[in-house]
Every structure is written in C-alpha cells, then in structure tokens.
Design a protein around this ligand. Sequence first.
Ligand SMILES: Cc1cc2nc3c(=O)[nH]c(=O)nc-3n(C[C@H](O)[C@H](O)[C@H](O)COP(=O)(O)OP(=O)(O)OC[C@H]3O[C@@H](n4cnc5c(N)ncnc54)[C@H](O)[C@@H]3O)c2cc1C
Length: 259
Amino acid sequence: MGPPAPRCLGIWLERKCATEGVDIRTSTTATAVATAENGALKSVQCSILATGESYSLPCQKLVIAAGPWSPSLIQSLFPNSILDLQPSTNAGDWMVFQDPNPVRADTTSAVFFDDIVHEKLEYGGRNNGSIFVCGRRNFTAILPPPGKEDEPDQRVLSDLIQYSRRFIHQDIEGEACPALSILEKGRAFRPSTVAGLPRISEIPSEKLYCVESEAPTGVFLCYGHGSYGLTLGMGSGKLMAQVILGLKPDIDISKFTIS
Ligand SMILES: Cc1cc2nc3c(=O)[nH]c(=O)nc-3n(C[C@H](O)[C@H](O)[C@H](O)COP(=O)(O)OP(=O)(O)OC[C@H]3O[C@@H](n4cnc5c(N)ncnc54)[C@H](O)[C@@H]3O)c2cc1C
C-alpha cells in the first residue's frame, strides 16, 4: 500500500464526518476563549477569515489540532500558558507528476530511495495515474500563516526531477523521457517535535493557565505527528475521542500525555 494521498483522505474524512453530523466550518479561526468563574470553558470566539465576521460558539470541550500552528494557537488563546511543546521545523518540498507507465488503475505503491541517494526521497504511486515525490527535509524554512502557501525551493524541485527521470520516468527501453508532466508542486510543514512523540492529551490547568488545579480544563491537544500524521491520524483521533469521553484508551498513551 502506498502513502495516503492527503486530498483523497480529506474528502473521505469529510464524508465520514458528515454522516456523523459534524458541522465543519472552514476558513474560520478561533480568536479567543471565555471561561466561567470556576475555570470551566464556556465559549470560543470564532472569526471568518474572508469577511472578518466574528461570533461566539458555546463550547465545553476544545481540541487544539492545528498541526505546526498548534503552539502559536495555544499562545494566542491562552496567553498565560507555559506549555512548551518543543516544536521543531520540518518542511518538505514535493511534486506530483503523471505516471508515464501506469500499470493498473487500482494499485498504489510506496518506494523509498533514501539509502541510495543518502537523503530523503520517497515516491508514492497513486491509483489515479499520478506519482507523488517528496525530497529532503528542510529544517530552516519559516512557517507561513495558516492557509498561506510557501514556495518550494527550485533547487530541490530540480533534484526531484533529476531523480525521477533517473529512477521512474523512463520509457520502455529504459531511456529517460525528455520532460516530466508535473501536475502539482508545493511545500508543506510537518508538525514535528524535538522528542518526536505526539501529544494526545488534556492540557492541565498548570500548563494552560499557570494555575495549580486538579479540575479538568476541557482543553485538549492532538499534535506532533511529524512525518506520520496521515497514517496515524485516524487512530489518534479515536484515542483523542476516548480521552475526551473519559473512556479507557485502546492503547497505553501515557507517553503522549501532558503531565
Ligand atoms: C512532504 C510531506 C510528506 C508527507 N508524507 C506523509 C506520508 O506519506 N504519510 C504520513 O502518514 N504522513 C505524511 N506526512 C505528514 C503529515 O502530512 C502530517 O503528519 C499531518 O498532516 C499532520 O496532521 P495535522 O492535522 O496534525 O496537521 P495539518 O495537516 O498541518 O493540519 C492542521 C490544519 O489546521 C489549520 N489551522 C492552523 N491554525 C489554525 C487556526 N488558528 N484556525 C483554524 N485552522 C487552523 C491549518 O490550516 C491546517 O489545515 C507528510 C508531510 C509532508 C510535509
């Protein structure tokens, strides 16, 4: 099985959520939270990015799952927070090109060349006749604001094209074809941490408000899946739901818990 295609996964998830009655509001951000006197969460202030329109949404349980933007979102919603997630920059430039030799329409595949080229180089053959390729990690890129694109490095893209012509894009005689048909390209940021472990946890009062209290905050975090969030996301979502509902998680998640 190949790596999951993010857009297809997103469409599948959206459909699943719709059948569960989930109300999805895109292009909307949370700008503030209101709490009751006992510290319990009361509501979230939302802002529609396109219009700037703002409204309050009643809320008892809030999950922060904003990928690499999670640390800054926590800081803006909870300015007294002392939660240090130790984020680390980990961007990747990628492109998608037409598969010159699609064998079967219903197969996917993953091929990793890291050991051969001595840097990250992974291919994902998709069942729509295209191939995804992702190159070396970028540890110095600047995270753009959420929803804004960052340009991939042209040198990395050139290397990806060279590698692809060498390893993948060959005609039947093994001759490299003159040009790749590139369908998409971009740069994305992985939500990575120094420790490399995700967080699937309620955020305790001490970390969120800098106030010692055993009372639950109702604010949860699902973050830090680094290079594996597409694969792990569904399982993490289930674990997060179990934590929120106070159920026993399917696996021991003590390593992912914020103490
Ligand atoms: C090049 C590349 C290749 C990868 N390949 C694989 C792979 O093969 N397999 C795999 O399992 N994983 C892969 N990953 C990793 C995977 O993409 C991530 O682990 C995963 O996307 C993390 O999911 P997330 O929901 O935590 O964060 P994200 O996917 O980053 O989603 C966070 C969302 O929150 C939104 N957001 C941020 N701030 C706000 C705000 N204030 N208000 C509202 N919304 C906000 C953002 O716009 C974004 O849509 C790859 C990553 C990269 C960069």
